[in-house]
Design a protein around this ligand. Structure first.
Ligand code: NAP
Ligand code: HSE
Length: 429
């Protein structure tokens, strides 16, 4: 590429302004690595008249016309930081079609339309790089695509959403309430435009689908991924988990089970001595278990202007520095095959159950009987509350049981006359 590289930046919000700040602050250092300048030539925004805390660098053209990026022959790399799957999809497709390399932080776009966009990038022999799309500043894409490429990945567990992790950390460590913690995460620029994506596990699901592509070389359709968020987690369950020595975290997990892929996003109890259980605030972490390397832990800030900008610029530098055919997927196949997915009902986990039941003789025995009839073995029990005849929480931890048996036991227990509220259930990993 030329000694001055021109970027077309689509989006000047949290991440876009972070990219501009790093380019300014680390200008000389970056030039030392690339041998030239990186210039933001054009910035695309929705509203050019909007007052901004940070303005694009002097000399940059501000536009609201997307085609200004892909029709400009001087723009080498289009950096998509708008978000969403509508205008962003058109911009990425048109830019690749026009022969531009594309860098994006947009996991929703790639999780939903990755098959089509990666195929187009391969056809045009252009880069479609996305380090910032998973776990913000943590170089997990490069690790899976390059550093761990010789391994078969046995298992991967990640804390993949900074907003959800921030909320759970605030609730666990400070007893803060859910809504206040979410509002603070939004103020800090961690949350998605639609924060239900963060709290309902959708954003983590987008990221997990992208990690599965890289780690297992297959396409796992987003619509097939079981996803549960954190919006209904009660302070009571955080407290019970702590009594047993666990912390509740929103995790994305994928495992290879007899050659099939078993994956999901869900809140889980993690033993408090696990490194993952101690990942707090907006920090993310991914633990990868390779069959040669063993366990590898990647940890860092999963959201925010500068950490995410750092990952965006890593891709830009990588496209500039290696003048070779870009490798977008990490595999020879231009279009990855569909994943061979294990039926989620067959997945085995240890479990946490909180029953709300009448406090009277025989109830505990009946709970234990129903669990035993569904082949679920109890490992620990707590019952709280003293007033006989009142409703009380009873908490069971269990040994390994399959989701199918767990669901059947919950259905049966919730239908009992002694059950006063629906059973709460989490997996333990
Ligand atoms: P943001 O703060 O909401 O900024 C979005 C920017 O894109 C704004 O400048 C907006 O223009 C512009 N934009 C949006 N839709 C547009 C359209 N249709 N046409 C032209 N411009 C448009 O978003 P963000 O937090 O920076 O996130 C950007 C992307 O990075 C998303 O895909 C997000 O998932 C991903 N990401 C974010 C983080 C994070 O920490 N925030 C971390 C990792 C990945 P106006 O300024 O005129 O409104
Ligand atoms: N909203 C995302 C999060 C941003 O909270 O993790 C990083 O992808």
């Amino acid at each position: 590429m030329a000694s001055t590289i021109n970027l077309g930046l689509a989006g000047f919000g949290t991440v876009g302004s972070g990219v501009a700040s790093i380019l300014e602050e680390n200008k000389d250092w970056i030039a030392r690595r690339t041998g030239g300048d990186i210039r933001i030539k054009t910035v695309l925004v929705r509203d050019t008249a909007k007052p901004r805390k940070q303005t694009p660098p002097p000399g940059t053209r501000l536009t609201a016309e997307p085609s200004d990026l892909w029709t400009d022959p001087d723009i080498d790399i289009v950096v998509e930081l708008m978000g969403g799957t509508g205008a962003a999809r058109t911009l990425v497709a048109e830019s690749l079609g026009a022969g531009k390399h594309v860098v994006t932080a947009n996991k929703a776009l790639l999780a939903e339309h990755g098959q089509e966009l990666f195929a187009l990038a391969a056809e045009k022999e252009r880069g479609l790089y996305h380090e910032a799309s998973v776990a913000g500043g943590i170089p997990v894409i490069a690790a899976l695509k390059e550093s761990l490429a010789a391994n078969r990945i046995e298992k991967m567990v990640g804390i993949l959403n900074g907003t959800a992790n921030f909320i759970l950390s605030e609730m666990t460590d400070k007893g803060q309430d859910f809504a206040a913690a979410l509002a603070r995460a939004q103020e800090l620029g961690y949350a998605e435009a639609d924060p239900t994506f963060d709290v309902e596990g959708v954003d983590a699901a987008h990221k997990l689908v992208l990690l599965i592509r890289l780690a297992y070389g297959c396409h796992y359709p987003l619509s097939s991924l079981p996803v549960t968020g954190i919006s209904s987690i009660a302070a009571e369950d955080i407290d019970f988990a702590a009594e047993f020595g666990y912390r509740i975290k929103l995790v994305g997990q994928v495992r290879s089970v007899s050659g099939r892929i078993e994956a999901g996003v869900f809140p889980a109890l993690l033993p408090e001595h696990y490194m993952l259980a101690n990942v707090s605030s907006n920090f993310n972490a991914v633990r990868v278990q390779g069959n040669a390397v063993g366990p590898v832990m990647l940890y860092g800030q999963g959201a925010g202007a500068l950490p995410t900008g750092s990952a965006v610029l890593a891709d830009v530098l990588s496209l500039i520095s290696y003048d070779r055919r870009p490798n977008n997927t990490g595999y020879q196949e231009l279009v990855l095959p569909d994943a061979d997915i294990l039926d989620p009902e067959l997945a085995g986990f240890n479990h946490y159950f909180r029953f709300t039941v009448a406090d009277r003789p025989g109830v505990l025995a009946q709970l234990a009987r129903i669990m035993a009839e569904h082949n679920i073995s109890i490992s620990q029990v707590i019952q709280k509350g003293e007033a006989s005849g009142r409703r009380v929480p009873v908490v069971f931890l269990t040994h390994q049981a399959r989701t199918r048996e767990v669901n059947a036991a919950i259905t049966e227990i919730d239908a009992q006359e002694f059950t006063a509220a629906p059973t709460v259930h989490y997996r333990i990993i």
